[in-house]
Design a protein around this ligand. Structure first.
Ligand SMILES: *Cc1c(COP(=O)(O)O)cnc(C)c1O
Length: 458
């Protein structure tokens, strides 16, 4: 064993070799020394427990090759590009909406430059970072004012903390939802310091339930979009208009967490109905909150629109400072919202809409290309087919609705092994395993050409 220990090179010696000096030059001294020490430590452990040298210790050259591998790997960004063939277009785990071209440009500009973020160029004085976006949001939604924060969960927290701290919030039992990732309405209420006053039952809540719950401690009435679940059968919920009429009798606000928050009626594209922000504002809801990276098709943000006096309270709340967005996000959001000023062009310019509206025949043509490339790479153990598939919007938008789609399916013996090969690619391919087949659904693919190139590396 002593002999084996003696065979290990010293850091000094490694650094003096030509290869060692090159690595030192390329990655810097401290990283180089750190990795050498880590590998030596690893080698000592292996000698101690297995009484043999690791493979990279045969000579200095191999050792330094291993050092180089680790130094390069430490610079490899692990939030890497993946190809989404799950059929879920807005996949939270895969980063939700893709940015539109103009949003990318705006974001990049903001990254590289100083921007007039809180500066009014006309007046030559300080302004507010939400101003530009507020104007746009008001124009698009008919609201009086707007406020932008980090995400919709933050928006809900800010609305509750800002308007209902130490007071009661009345909400239907059917809307006490969990979205995932520890976003549960009762928990958010607790964090915001308000008291949950649940009314009605899981499946049915009536206007009288709300009316009976209102007392001097009530701060507001709340509606929450049920997002990722649906109740069917014997159900009843109170529409916003009725709730607003009731709340007005007591001078209470109604707030609504809309979740996805579409800014256009998706039915015009043959997609399932999703309530729009405009509708809620028109129904008199005082504050509506929604995400920026769900159906809106933009950046991660939480948007609150509604009555001016209430928005002002939120804008001046200390939590707003904590939850505010940075310049890149605000630039990307502004550019995305500007696309909505030209609705006829949206389909072409907003990736989420382009994806959701691709025809089955277009998807079939794409699937054929993918199938040919895959067949070139996979041996006869696998049999590939093109099959009708059903995609979904994802991120809690219309959980039961399926959008017709097309998939390449793969049948064969070692599917989990093949899935692992897909995931080991430089740009991993993520499909779904279902009914003893791998399903590669084309509707959620961001870039077909890049996907085809990636398949070549299989
Ligand atoms: C998605 C969703 C949220 C959370 O939004 P994030 O932008 O992910 O923070 C909150 N409420 C509802 C109803 C949702 O659908």
């Amino acid at each position: 064993m002593e002999k084996l220990f003696q065979q290990l090179p010293s850091v000094d010696k490694l650094l003096k070799t030509t290869q060692g000096q090159q690595l030192n030059e390329q990655f810097g001294h401290s990283a180089m020394v750190r990795v050498c020490r880590e590998l030596l430590q690893q080698a000592r452990q292996q000698i101690k427990f297995l009484q043999k040298l690791p493979h990279f210790c045969v000579d200095e050259q191999h050792f330094l090759q291993q050092v180089a591998v680790q130094l390069r790997d430490s610079q490899q960004v692990k939030i890497q590009v993946v190809h989404n063939l799950t059929g879920t277009v807005l996949h939270t785990n895969l980063g939700r909406a893709l940015w539109a071209e103009t949003a990318q440009q705006a974001g990049l500009n903001a990254m590289r430059n100083n921007v007039a973020l809180e500066y009014d160029l006309q007046a030559g004085q300080r302004s507010h970072r939400d101003n530009y976006i507020s104007e746009l949001l008001c124009q698009l939604t008919g609201a009086e004012a707007a406020c932008v924060v980090n995400n919709n969960a933050a928006a809900v927290l800010l609305m509750l903390a800002g308007l209902a701290k130490d007071k009661q919030v009345v909400i239907s039992r059917g809307e006490l939802i969990e979205i995932g990732g520890a976003f549960r309405i009762p928990d958010i209420m607790q964090q915001a310091g308000c008291y949950l006053r649940e009314v009605g039952t899981t499946n049915r809540t009536h206007l009288s339930d709300y009316a009976n719950a209102i007392n001097e401690d009530t701060a507001l009435l709340m509606k929450v979009h049920s997002s990722n679940y649906q109740i069917c059968g014997f159900t009843a919920a109170v529409a916003e208009q009725q709730l607003v009429a009731l709340a007005q009798q007591y001078a209470l606000p109604v707030i609504s967490d809309l979740g996805s928050g579409a800014l256009i009626d998706l039915r015009q594209y043959g997609l399932p109905y999703e309530p729009t922000v405009q509708e809620k504002i028109a129904q008199g809801v005082d504050l509506v909150s929604f995400s920026g990276d769900k159906l809106l098709g933009g950046v991660q943000a939480g948007i609150i629109v509604g009555k001016k006096a209430l928005i002002e309270r939120l804008q001046t709340h200390p939590l707003k400072r904590v939850l505010r967005c940075d310049k890149v996000i605000l630039a990307g959001l502004e550019a995305t919202l500007r696309l909505y000023l030209q609705p006829e062009k949206l389909l072409e310019k907003l990736p989420i809409l382009t994806k959701l509206t691709l025809s089955v025949s277009e998807l079939t043509a794409q699937a054929e290309q993918l199938k040919v490339r895959l067949e070139n790479k996979l041996n006869s153990d696998y049999s590939l087919q093109i099959k009708p598939s059903s995609a979904q919007i994802g991120s809690g938008s219309q959980p039961m609705a399926r959008i017709p789609s097309v998939a390449v399916t793969i049948q064969g013996q070692h599917l989990t092994h093949l899935m692992a090969r897909f995931k080991a690619l430089p740009e991993p391919i993520i499909g779904r395993l279902e009914q003893d087949k791998i399903w590669l659904d084309l509707r959620s693919v961001a870039d077909l050409q890049e996907l085809l190139k990636t398949v070549e590396k299989l």
